[in-house]
Write a protein that binds this ligand. Structure first.
Ligand code: DUC
Ligand code: ZN
Ligand code: ZN
Length: 476
C-alpha cells in the first residue's frame, strides 16, 4: 500500500521545506507535490513537522541489569525508530558469537524498533584483536571499551584500548570509550563509604568531573598515539567536552556524544530524600548547571555530535532494583530509563528554549548518530531510497512527562514532572504506523536487525596515519 504524508513541513539536518512524502512498502519513493494519484492512503499533516525517525545510538537492553527488548516499544512511542544496543562480550566467546547470542536470545523477534549492535569488549584476548578486522563484514562496526568499573570484567587497561585502536582503523571499526578513571573512582568510593558517606548523593563525589576529564584526555592521547579515530560516549562535563573540541580542532579524530539526562537534570537530584536520589544514579553522574549550559553550547555548535539516551532501565525499577544499593551508594545499580523521552526533552529544552535550531535537533537526534554508527543513509534522514522511518510531530502538544505514560517497565521516570512541548503524533517504522498519540500500536518483534557499515563518521576526515587534516568543527 502506498501512503502519502501530505502538507507537512519536512525538517532535515540542514533545512526545512513543505513537501509531500510518498511511501511505498518500506521505503520513501518520492518527495514533492502532485503525488496524490500514486497514493492508496493520504495522511494530512497540516501544521505538523515531519522528522526522520530517531536513531538512539546509546541504549542498554539486557545488560547492566537492565530490562530487555520487551520494553523497546518505549523507543517507538518516543519517535525513535532505530536503537543501537551495547551487546556485552561473553567470557570465552568471540565478539561475533557474543553479538549473535545477544541478538538471538534477547532482540530477535522481540524488538519493536529496528536495531543494531555495538559490542562491549570485556575479555580481550589475542584472538579478539585478530577478530576485529573481520567484524565489519558481519555488520559490527563499533566496539565499546570501559575505562571504569574496576573490579568487574568491564574495565580494561590502556594497552587494550590502544591495541584495539591500532587494529580497528584499517577496517573502519569505530572504537568507543566510557571515559572515567576507574582506579580513582574505586578509591574515592571506598574512602567515602568508610567515612559513613553512603547516601546516593555521594555517587557524584566519587566520580567528580576530573575523573572524567583525565580519562577523556587519556583516551585522546591513545587515539593520537594509535593514530586512529575514537568516539567518547556520554560526555557529561564541560572540561571533557572542551578537551574533545580542542583536540579535534588540532587534528585528532576524536568525537563525542552527550545524553539527554546530562542536558536536563542536575546533580541535585541525587540528594532527593528517602533514598530517591538512587533513581538518578548513572555514570558518569549528573552534574552542576554550568555543565548543562556548556553541553547545550557544545551540541549547538557541533562540538559534540549526537545526543543519546543511555537508556538503561534497571530491572525492578526503584523499589526492587535501585533500593538494593541502600546502605552503600557504590552498589546502587547504574542506569536510568530515557529512550522514550529523548525527542520530547531535546525539543522542549533545546528547540523551544532557543538553544538549538530544528535542523540541529534533527542532526543530533537522527542524522549524525546514524552516520556515526554506519546506518546512514538507510536510517537518519528523510530522502528517496531511505527507510520510511518517519515521525509526524505535533509542535502544539503540551504535557508533562510522567511514569504513567512511560513504557519503560519501571516504577519511575527520572524526568517525572518536567514540562513537555510537542509530541511524536504518528511514528512510522519502515512505512508501517507503529505509534500514535503516545500509544504503541505496532507489534513487538517487528523491529529488524540492521547491519552497520564500517568507516562511519569518525573516519570521515581520517585519511591515513600521515594525513592530518582539520576536522569539521564550528568555532565562533
Ligand atoms: N552507565 C553506563 O556506563 N552504562 C549503563 C548505565 C550507566 O549509567
Ligand atoms: Zn558507559
Ligand atoms: Zn551506556
Amino acid at each position: 500500500m502506498n501512503i502519502l504524508i501530505k502538507n507537512g513541513v519536512i525538517v532535515s539536518a540542514i533545512d526545512e521545506y513543505r513537501a509531500d512524502i510518498l511511501i511505498e512498502d518500506e521505503k520513501i519513493v518520492a518527495i514533492g507535490t502532485g503525488l496524490d494519484n500514486r497514493a492508496d492512503k493520504i495522511i494530512d499533516a497540516t501544521g505538523k513537522y515531519i522528522l526522520p525517525g530517531g536513531v538512539d545510538e546509546h541504549v542498554h537492553y539486557g545488560s547492566f541489569g537492565s530490562m530487555t527488548f520487551e520494553t523497546s516499544d518505549a523507543a517507538i512511542v518516543g519517535g525513535t525508530t532505530t536503537i543501537v544496543d551495547f551487546a556485552p562480550q561473553q567470557k570465552g566467546l568471540s565478539i561475533k558469537e557474543s553479538v549473535k547470542l545477544h541478538n538471538e536470545t534477547l532482540a530477535k523477534g522481540v524488538s519493536a524498533a529496528d536495531y543494531s549492535f555495538h559490542c562491549v569488549v570485556t575479555d580481550p584476548s589475542d584472538k579478539i584483536f585478530e577478530e576485529i578486522p573481520t567484524l565489519a563484514k558481519e555488520g559490527i562496526s563499533t566496539l565499546k571499551f570501559f575505562m571504569a568499573y574496576k573490579g568487574t570484567p568491564l574495565m580494561v587497561d590502556d594497552s587494550t584500548i590502544f591495541k584495539a585502536l591500532q587494529v580497528a582503523k584499517d577496517s573502519g571499526v569505530t572504537i568507543m570509550v566510557h571515559a572515567e578513571n576507574g582506579d580513582i573512582v574505586d578509591t574515592l568510593q571506598k574512602q567515602l563509604v568508610s567515612e559513613g558517606k553512603t547516601d546516593p548523593k555521594y555517587h557524584a563525589d566519587a566520580r567528580p568531573p576530573l575523573v572524567e576529564v583525565e580519562a577523556t584526555k587519556r583516551a585522546i592521547y591513545l587515539s593520537r598515539m594509535a593514530d586512529a579515530p575514537i568516539f567518547i560516549v556520554h560526555v557529561s562535563c564541560k572540561e571533557a567536552m572542551e578537551a574533545i573540541r580542542d583536540a579535534n580542532i588540532q587534528g585528532t579524530p576524536v568525537y563525542g556524544e552527550t545524553c539527554t539526562h546530562y542536558l536536563t537534570l542536575t546533580e541535585e537530584c541525587l540528594a532527593k530524600p528517602n533514598f530517591e536520589g538512587a533513581k538518578y544514579v548513572c555514570s558518569p553522574p549528573l552534574r552542576k548547571q554550568e555543565h548543562l549550559d556548556s553541553l547545550w553550547e557544545a551540541v549547538n555548535k557541533g562540538w559534540l555530535l549526537a545526543v543519546g539516551s543511555d537508556h538503561c532501565a534497571v530491572k525492578g525499577g526503584f523499589e526492587k532494583g535501585k533500593r538494593k544499593g541502600m546502605g552503600d551508594f557504590s552498589t546502587i545499580p547504574n542506569g536510568c530509563p530515557g529512550v522514550q523521552d529523548r525527542l520530547a526533552l531535546m525539543w522542549t529544552y533545546g528547540v523551544e528554549k532557543g538553544r538549538i535550531s530544528r535542523q540541529r535537533f534533527v542532526d543530533l537526534f537522527a542524522t549524525t548518530p546514524a552516520k556515526v554508527v554506519g546506518l546512514f543513509p538507510q536510517k537518519g534522514q528523510i530522502a528517496i531510497g531511505s527507510d520510511a522511518d518517519i515521525v509526524i510531530f505535533d509542535p502544539d502538544f503540551k504535557g508533562v512527562i510522567s511514569v504513567k505514560n512511560s513504557l519503560y517497565g519501571s516504577d519511575y521516570n527520572p524526568f517525572e514532572g518536567l514540562e513537555q512541548i510537542g509530541r511524536a503524533e504518528k511514528v512510522f517504522l519502515r512505512g508501517k504506523l507503529a505509534a500514535e498519540n503516545g500509544k504503541f500500536i505496532g507489534k513487538l518483534g517487528e523491529g529488524r536487525y540492521i547491519k552497520a557499515k564500517p568507516f562511519g563518521l569518525c573516519y570521515e576526515n581520517f585519511k591515513d596515519a600521515n594525513t592530518k587534516i582539520q576536522h569539521k568543527v564550528i568555532v565562533e
